[in-house]
Write a protein that binds this ligand. Sequence first.
Ligand code: AKB
Length: 338
Amino acid sequence: MRAWSVLVTGANGEIGHGLITRLAQAGRSIVTIDIVPLEPALSRLVRREFVGSITDVRLLERILAEFEIDLVFHLAALLSTRSEFTPVTAHEVNVEGTLCLLEFAHHEGESHGRPVVFLYPSSIAAYGLPDLETKMRAKRVREDEWNTPTTMYGCNKLYCEHLGRYYARHYKQLAADTTAGRVDFRCVRFPGLISALTTPSGGTSDYAPEMIHAAAKGEPYACFVRPDTRIPFMAMPDAIDALQLLASVPRERLTRTAYNLTAFSPAASDIGDTVGRAFPHATITFEVDQKRQRIVDSWPAEVDDTAARRDWGFAPRYDFSRAFDEYLIPTIRERYLA
Ligand code: AKB
């Protein structure tokens, strides 16, 4: 019997934390790559941890030689704010790194004779609306609308969505022996994610999680976007559920390679008010950073996730109230009291 393993890149990041815990609970053998060592609590859950870069082809060849991987969660990325300061490095990690992983998955599929399911988190950053008026008029944006991102990160994500579709459907289409389909590429466009357990770094949707965590720690927070700023968000457990669900669905059910996902679209002031009620001593102010504001204003206020709901039964458990009342506030409170 083959001992299949799942590969998680960017394992030490926000999504990796929750995902590894869930995969371990499901009894999966887990191999990870991250540029920094895993936290001890996560490290204990994995079969093998590689510390290194996803662009290190020799490292990937080693994994190819040692493990039979049937599922990849490619989470490693530089987020939107960070990528604007280092666009060339962002391209290297976000695009060249993804290309290395797609090649890796293709070779894995070739060597064990069945497609490797490749889960790729894209983002609402793949959209680029030209101005606020258009954003307000656009309402629930569908996957193929407004694909004109203004950030390096958004350009990287959108391009990698296409790279994945290419590997899945058109790889080496002129070769005598066509080998497309060894990679079963499946992508979700995540909204801003909010975790109770970790704080993100380098993103532009970070104002929401930063506000909540700062309040719980008793620290003042100056929100860098206007109070009326609205983009979609999702609680981390729903993001992990979505990745696991999409990974498990029979390929015939999928009509697309990239799916929008959303759960709720609060204004920044709604988040501030809710946090203020939960932590009455919180000091939340608004000090707009015009440049970061422009990025958030180019992202849709709402996205249409009909395709994900229809094709593979995506249904988030947490709306805005439940996310705060049943997940974020109690978990964060406990975390900082401990
Ligand atoms: C970011 O802000 O860069 C990310 C994202 C929206 O993908 N959280």
